[in-house]
Design a protein around this ligand. Structure first.
Ligand code: AMP
Length: 281
């Protein structure tokens, strides 16, 4: 595996690969890699001749300064994981390499970015669009891989691809979970032992709610999930919405969508955890 910290170094390497008609896959990450990221990297390596993984804690997508400062950074173990998973080129740029001057671009991300995480994390999706569009321009991959854990983010990326006409296939990959159901996340390392013990209630409750739909109404299912989790001391649901899995718009009746997805954000103490589940319809 080659490791690049400069855009020009990576581009020289990729130019050689493209000359040989090698296909290129990209997995954007913010590091602190775990088995969730690993699943994306393995799939990318299996489906492409070159598997490029970026490791960059993108400051422009953090609306909470404290979250940025405390975000875990583990570049050495990240590189070991990447090499073992089949990454051929790791891209680990500095902040000035990615943003030699402030990125002032504002993207029209439309309705998919206007709900759920959008209003609650102002600027977040625009920052994601800034860094991902930049990575797409640098790498020009054939395919790019994103995890369904960040369910709304995939819709935003698809919108970005459409908006800027990137000739890139977006591949969405299933959520990887701990044995007790907790969705893997770099932020899980910030949970105390006590919080780690209660955090699986999120996935467990989402799973239990599957049995309620569609007999119970959308609002009843939302109330069940919210109340069950809020009853656990130390946990607070920020929102639970059941949306159409393509448009991200909330539904009030199961008949409004063929693809109902429940998206949740929960504060476990200070740690903000997200998860989602797809209801059969
Ligand atoms: P991040 O480093 O958090 O920006 O995540 C990089 C990519 O890994 C994103 O596309 C995430 O959706 C994906 N990812 C993070 N956690 C998981 C997980 N538990 N299962 C699947 N994909 C994940």
């Amino acid at each position: 595996m080659k490791v690049f910290d400069s855009i020009s170094g990576l581009q020289q390497y990729l130019a050689e690969a493209k000359k040989k008609n090698r296909t290129i896959g990209l997995v954007p990450t913010m590091g602190a890699l775990h088995k969730g990221h690993e699943s994306l990297v393995k799939r990318c390596a299996a489906e492409n001749d070159e598997c490029v993984v970026s490791v960059f804690v993108n400051p422009t997508q953090f609306n909470d300064k404290n979250d940025l400062v405390t975000y875990p950074r583990t570049v050495e173990s990240d590189c070991a994981l990447l090499e073992a998973a089949g990454c051929t080129a790791a891209f680990v740029p500095s902040e000035t390499e990615m943003y030699p001057e402030p990125d002032t671009r504002v993207f029209d991300l439309g309705p998919v970015a206007a709900v759920m995480e959008g209003p609650r994390r102002p600027g977040h999706f625009n920052g994601v669009a800034q860094v991902v569009s930049k990575l797409f321009d640098i790498v020009k991959p054939d395919k790019a891989y994103f995890g369904e854990k960040d369910f709304q983010q995939i819709a935003v990326i698809r919108r970005l691809v459409q908006l800027l006409a990137f000739p890139i296939e977006i591949v969405s990959c299933p959520i990887i979970r701990e044995a007790d159901g907790l969705a893997l996340s770099s932020r899980n390392t910030r949970l105390t032992a006590e919080q780690r013990k209660i955090a699986p209630v999120i996935a467990r409750t989402l799973n239990e709610s599957l049995a309620l739909a569609p007999k119970k109404s959308v609002n009843e299912v939302i109330a069940f999930v919210t109340d069950t989790i809020n009853r656990v001391p130390g946990m607070e649901v920020e929102y639970y919405e059941i949306v159409d899995g393509y448009s991200m718009q909330p539904v009030t009746d199961w008949s409004e969508t063929a693809y109902p997805v429940g998206c949740i954000t929960v504060y476990c103490g200070e740690v903000r955890l997200i998860d989602n589940i797809t209801y059969a319809n």
